[in-house]
Design a binder for this molecule. Structure first.
Ligand SMILES: NC(=O)c1ccc[n+]([C@@H]2O[C@H](COP(=O)([O-])OP(=O)(O)OC[C@H]3O[C@@H](n4cnc5c(N)ncnc54)[C@H](OP(=O)(O)O)[C@@H]3O)[C@@H](O)[C@H]2O)c1
Length: 333
């Protein structure tokens, strides 16, 4: 019987430290063992995918490799009773696309514990408009809520605002009644952010003017930080009494310089999230919210759609911080 092949983006190390990306034919028999074989219909581009696709060993240890931490598709084979061929599923796995072949290929084979049946009212494509970025946004918002930040407490600051995590966090927060202030490096992204529901726009440089001061005027009841570095530092220092700062990313820097004053004079809390390790019950709850009460009314405003062949340039653009909103990858076009 002929071996089934499929198209995938493959990243290879051609010389020490030199990585190239190309679209290759891969074989299903070369996929790792797993309970469920899925034909991927859509994936999405996240910052972590771009790191994996450019040889970042902190994300992906071994090359050649197919990135893609997100995948939504249809089950083709399953050795598990409760997952059956034809099921529409989304995959969120700790290692998908980082250390096992991911959603930038038309097929993946994964453990059953990574496979979630989609809520009925969420399509394969919509699930990838959210993707890992959207799920992380939901997790960050959930952290704020469960730590007592209600809409009446005051303004919520969102950094990296035009990025995947930032823009969906803004849209969810605005939808559920929060007053959101967006920090962005893109003046041309201002209208996009207002359309999502942000009420104020702060340019990144303006926001950073006083970052070296030990503490700043207490302004935010809550923060969703996606970039780290000086922006996170300024956000912590300008959070008001009893405020909550959530963080998830290090696009700006993995360093954090702050004084102790926001914590001991204002009782500010700093909470990190690690979405791949989100507890199972919370993960299901958050996907349900994204499909229902947190569902965004105008998902089409948030994403652009590309095919596998267009990924290479999109990866370069996300690494330069040039993309606005989410990028959905259509593998069945
Ligand atoms: N911990 C977790 O579980 C988890 C889960 C998902 C993502 N993440 C992390 O969260 C971060 C954001 O992910 P993403 O997928 O939303 O990335 P993204 O789509 O690339 O968005 C990042 C945004 O950050 C801003 N930015 C870029 N370079 C910057 C710089 N040098 N200084 C300050 N801001 C800069 C840009 O927005 P503006 O131009 O609007 O400022 C950019 O659009 C990444 O570090 C990612 O690895 C973590």
């Amino acid at each position: 019987m002929p071996t089934k092949t499929f198209k995938a983006l493959v990243v290879e190390e051609t010389a020490p430290g030199t990585f190239i990306r190309s679209i290759r034919e891969r074989s299903i028999v070369d996929l790792p063992d797993g309970d469920v074989l899925i034909r991927v219909h859509y994936s999405s581009l996240n910052y972590k995918d771009a790191l994996s696709a450019s040889g970042h060993r902190g994300v992906t240890r071994n090359y050649p490799h197919t990135p893609g931490i997100d995948a939504a598709g249809v089950v083709e084979e399953s050795s598990i009773e409760y997952i059956t061929p034809g099921d529409h599923v989304v995959v969120n796995g700790v290692n998908l696309g980082t250390n096992i072949p991911g959603g930038f290929g038309l097929y993946i084979r994964v453990p059953a514990s990574w496979v979630y049946k989609l809520p009925e009212n969420l399509s394969l494509k919509d699930s990838m408009v959210y993707g890992s970025a959207g799920f992380t946004s939901a997790f960050l918002v959930y952290k704020l809520i469960t730590h007592g930040v209600t809409p009446d407490k005051g303004k919520i600051l969102v950094t990296g605002a035009t990025g995947g995590v930032g823009c969906i966090a803004i849209a969810i927060l605005a939808k559920i009644g929060y007053n959101v202030v967006a920090v962005s490096g893109k003046t041309h992204g201002k209208q996009f952010l207002f359309d999502l529901g942000a009420q104020e726009f702060l340019h990144r440089e303006t926001f950073l003017i006083d970052v070296d001061k030990p503490i700043l005027k207490g302004t935010w009841a809550g923060v969703v930080d996606t970039v780290g570095g000086d922006i996170l530092s300024a956000a912590i220092k300008s959070t008001k009494y009893d405020g909550v700062v959530t963080c998830c990313g290090n696009v700006a820097s993995s360093e954090l310089h702050t004084t102790i004053y926001p914590f001991i004079l204002r009782g500010v809390s700093l909470l990190g999230v690690d979405a791949p390790h989100c507890p199972e019950d919370i993960r299901l709850k958050l996907w349900h919210k994204l499909a229902n009460e947190w569902r965004l009314d105008h998902l089409e405003r948030i994403y652009s759609e590309i095919c596998l062949e267009e990924l290479d340039s999109a990866i370069d653009r996300i690494l330069k911080g040039q993309i606005i909103g989410r990028v959905v990858v259509n593998l069945i076009a």
